[in-house]
Design a protein around this ligand. Sequence first.
Ligand SMILES: *Cc1c(COP(=O)(O)O)cnc(C)c1O
Length: 356
Amino acid sequence: MAKLKYRNKLAEMPSYDVVERDWHIKVNANESGMNLPPLVEERVMSRLSRVAFNRYPNEDLEMLMEAIGRNFGLGVENVLIGNGSSEIIEKIFYCFGGRGRKIVFPQPSFSMYHIYAKAAEAEAVPVSLSEKDYSLDVKEFVNVVNDNKAALCVICNPNNPTGSFTSLEDIEYIASHTSCAFLVDEAYIEFNGQTAIGLMKKYPNMIIARTFSKAYGLAACRCGYMLAAAPLTDMIGKSMMPYHMNVLTLVTADTVFQMRDEFIPRIQMAIAERKRMEGQYGSLKGFKVFPSNTNFIFLKYDKAVALNEYLESRGIGIRSFGKAPLLENALRISMGNRDENDAVFKAVKAFVEEQN
Ligand SMILES: *Cc1c(COP(=O)(O)O)cnc(C)c1O
């Protein structure tokens, strides 16, 4: 058979390496542990029952863009919506990528940044976070961006998977000392609250990416958005297909956005659970827990690999990182509901006690 002419380097493209199966307890993807609040679900179902399935999406996209823009004191021209913030981030990498282009981001951070850089045929230039507390040295970051004449720099704030936070001052330092596009991925911002959106007016190269998948528990729907100055949304919008958002997602996300106050108690609960579990895991022998600003906890433990296997064998899915740089023996555990968190901790504790 003739060899198929796949795109150059496609075979070497890494894939998103998450082991998925029918977990008994699933705390490996930072999802919300709960399905939609009943009131929201009811409204979603009622709107879905009136969808014109035969028509291409029309006013639903505009409506959601307007609602999101208005909430932040911005217009529709400042908003782009995507199939998850994944699509948004991938498009941003595409729009600033291409051969010879460099994209700078911290390491460790969201593993997909490497993959999107590769897909965009751009060169990824990672800047290592401090080994001690995973903080970002912004002076070094700025130097790397400028020395490489980067087309795009990215930070994830709070950072996945380390849970660490870059202050607004530090973000402003980056914005004011660079001249390239600057993406701040705020996938977990609802769990901390210091958004960089306020800096956008002063620094028109900034882009903020947000998602409905984490705090708003809508991972199944695939919906995220970006906020930026109109020239940026114009250019990045060119990379999107017509009708790329389906009406089912748009209607659901619009309802969730309108009713977002219904999610405040569960966001607060995730934060409270994170604090409680940080305390619990911190009390285990040999565990180093890093302060997190998200809906997950991040820790290091000498026997992390064996612990992960032990949990897997009991149907508990957490996230480990193999040999990824600066993530050896690191584990990330998403916050589920209280019972789930207790059950995971109980299993971890049993493992630790077996070691002595
Ligand atoms: C989960 C996550 C996203 C993307 O989520 P979507 O479901 O595609 O919206 C983006 N960035 C980070 C850092 C994430 O953890």
